[in-house]
Each structure stands twice: as C-alpha cells, then as structure tokens.
Design a protein. Sequence first.
Length: 250
Amino acid sequence: MKKLFYIIISAAILIASCDKADTSSGNKTTSTSSTGQGGSLARFTTAMDYLYVVDDSKLYTYSMANTAHPQLKGTVDVGFSIETIYSYKDKLFIGSSTAMYVYSLTDPAHPDKLGQAQHVRACDPVVANDSLAYVTVRSGSRCGGTNNALMVYDVKYIMQPLLRTTVNMESPWGLGMKDNRLYVCNGANGLNVYDISNPIQPKLLKQLAGNTFYDVIIIGNLMVAMIEGGTALYELNANDDISLAAKITN
C-alpha cells in the first residue's frame, strides 16, 4: 500500500502540473488533480484493490493485486466529456459535463452501470456518503454556469438527487470529507473547513489561508492538498488545528 500511495501522489502532482498549464493558456478545466482515495476532482480512484481511471469517454479497471505491475481487467464506454470519478463503498460516481453516472462495484473487476442522473451538473466536484452528496459549482468552469456555491443534495434515491442546501462561496473547487468535517478548496481564497455535525447545514468553522487550493485528499489524519505550484501535506490535529507538514513544488 505504501508503494501505491507514492504512485498515486506522483500521478496527482503530474496531472496537477499539466492542468495548471491548461489553465494558464486560458482553458479552465475542473480536472485539476487525481487521488488515491478519491478526491473530488479526480481522474482516478481506488477501491477494493482496484484502480479505476477515466479519460474523456472510457472507464478503465486495473487490478492492483501486484502494485508493481497493475493489470488491466476491462474497459467500459461511459459517455462523453467525462470529468471526475469518485468511489464510495460499493459504488463509483462518474461525472461528465451533462450527467452523473453511477456504477456498482458488486463485482469490482467489472463495474456495472446502475443508471445516470441528469439533475446534477456532475462535472462539478462531488463527495458523497450514505445519504448526502456535497457538490461545488464554480462560474467560468468548463461546465458553464454563473454560481459559486457549495450545494448539499439528498441522494437517498440516488438517481433522483434533491437539493437541500446552498452555501455561497467565492471560488469553490475540490472538496474532501472526514468524520463530521468538510474541507472545501476555495481557490485563491484558501481552504474552508465546515462542521457537518448537522449534515444538511454546513457551518463554517475556519479558513486556512496562504495557498491557492484546488483539491484535497484525506488519508487518515493526513490531508494532501493540490495547490498552486505543487502539493502540500497537512496534519489534521485535535481541536481542528491544521499544521503544514511538507510542501512539494512542481
């Protein structure tokens, strides 16, 4: 698992570098980074010893039984303009510019499509749990739109998401969740930390300044943040203290 962690972090840094080049040339995208655990802007994620990768239209499944030699197990045509992938328990959430596709991982080597939801502009970053999905929308993104907000959707009926709450923000990007805390990247405005003890009413606790944040991966008490110019590693301590452990520049 340690070797896989380093592979994932290296890939995240590489993809973040490529996307910053796209942004600087005027092509703003929402696929800023990739994650091992499944960050909200991810182009790949892991679940049950499998690695799932998306490109513009396809889903690739790799067995990581031997992390030194990943084995391609299958390729699935998903749709067009695929942007993000996120895993939660036995499901994959795959976002495109027009819909959110949901795949079952009952057989993790062969993801099976359950359906798709047109209600969510699913190229926007999504983090889900058993009953709710936290979604950010940002003006000027590839999906279009004029809103800048964190939105909370009821996904009890997964193919019919219901909007429950909207929290206005300045420039929301990727997000991550740990226990009753939600970490939302706010671009040049830093990182917002929300208390989600009441899951449908996120309460802003603090803002972490000093970097331009694009996406986060939460791994235990470690937060891997994709920032302008590289990657920062933060320790999540007691009493919502967040301390910088290391910074890797591109």
